[in-house]
Design a protein around this ligand. Structure first.
Ligand code: SF4
Length: 358
């Protein structure tokens, strides 16, 4: 198939399934999905590209389907859950810029996504802030970054920023670079996963003009690594753009050592570095998608014995209430004495390393 470099992805975006009425006739709602659509309450919108929909089997518990189809569990809010689980709002410094960590800032370039992931922690922002990005918002954020030289990296996220047209995205990158020629860009997008046709050759070439620029994407299951998504990744990597993956640990999607091992190894095969595995954030309506954190520790412990260090993601959590991101690493250190450090390997065997080496 010859890829149209301008038209296809926009057509596919316009044809996303956005309501039950749009689904193919033979698609049957599961009891939990039907219960969700029967209940009249605030709902996080749906949007599913036909491409991503086609990756799911008819099984109610299919790992792809669980990411795009809402279930009645979304209508339950636990007391520990909030609409702003990362505590980002107090750090908003312009309409679209969040400055929470000293050396990084987050620009919310878009309020929409090609697909709304049911585990999304920014679901409240996406439901309540739909508006088009305007030049003044970009300019205001760029001026703030110009005046705060401690910011070294700009994370461009949303929503999905690559839902913007090439010309708008190019203008955005240009304005930030003009104000801060040294800024490092990180572009967070699920487009390689849910609508890989968006990663055109022309977009890849455009992005490559703004290096240093990193793409951070989110593959959560090996089924998402299709020929199309691998080709999209290859267009990015082929244009010299490093791609990193941040998975979310999700109930009945990837809470299995074998699935994560395959995912991480296949990502490496596609020249993508598995970067983080996130514990689910405490976003309202996502408890049915979260995995108990203790189970996460167990999975990571076993995963480490199955895949190489290069393939291994770092398990991390954003602490509730704005505590920031921390790494959930298991310490192998058992004891430190004046002369040695005692380690225990994953199988439980102890080793000694001298404190001082000649
Ligand atoms: S693509 Fe990202 S921002 Fe959009 S719904 Fe999914 S997780 Fe949320």
């Amino acid at each position: 198939m010859v890829e149209s470099d301008t038209g296809d992805w926009k057509k596919q975006l316009s044809e996303c399934y956005r309501s039950v009425a749009d689904f193919p006739e033979n698609f049957k709602l599961s009891p939990l999905e039907a219960k969700y659509f029967k209940t009249e309450s605030d709902r996080f919108q749906i949007s599913i590209p036909e491409y991503y929909f086609s990756l799911a089997s008819t099984n109610d518990d299919d790992p792809i389907r669980r990411q795009f189809m809402p279930q009645s569990g979304e209508q339950i809010t636990l007391s520990c859950e909030t609409d702003d689980p990362l505590g980002e709002t107090p750090h908003k410094v312009t309409q679209r810029l969040i400055h929470r960590y000293r050396d990084r800032a987050l620009f919310l370039a878009s309020d929409t996504c090609a697909m709304y992931c049911r585990h999304c922690f920014r679901r409240d922002y996406l439901s309540t802030n739909p508006s088009a990005l305007n030049k003044k918002e970009i300019e205001n954020a760029a001026k703030y970054i110009r005046d705060h030289l401690e910011i070294k990296e700009l994370i461009i996220s949303g929503g999905d920023p690559l839902i913007l047209d090439d010309s708008i995205f190019e203008n955005l990158l240009t304005v930030f670079r003009d104000y801060r020629p040294d800024i490092i860009f990180r572009v967070a997008s699920r487009m390689p996963v849910v609508l890989p046709s968006r990663i055109t050759n022309s977009l890849s070439r455009l992005l490559s003009r703004f290096k240093p620029l990193f793409i951070i994407t989110q593959f959560n299951h090996p089924k998402e690594l299709t020929i199309s998504s691998r080709q999209a990744l290859s267009r990015l990597v082929g244009n010299g753009i490093p791609v990193f993956n941040q998975s979310v640990l999700l109930n009945s999607v990837n809470d299995s050592v074998d699935i994560l091992a395959e995912l991480c190894q296949e990502l490496l095969r596609a020249s993508v570095k598995p970067y983080y595995l996130f514990q689910g954030d405490l976003a309202a309506g996502t408890s049915h998608m979260r995995v108990p954190i203790i189970r996460g520790f167990e999975i990571m412990k076993e995963l480490r014995t199955k895949i190489s260090g290069l393939a291994m993601p770092v398990y991390a959590v954003d602490l509730p209430g704005g505590g920031g991101k921390i790494l959930l690493t298991e310490s192998y250190i058992q004891k430190i004495t004046d002369t040695e450090v005692i380690f225990k390997d994953p199988s439980g065997k102890e080793y000694s390393y001298p404190v001082e080496t000649p």
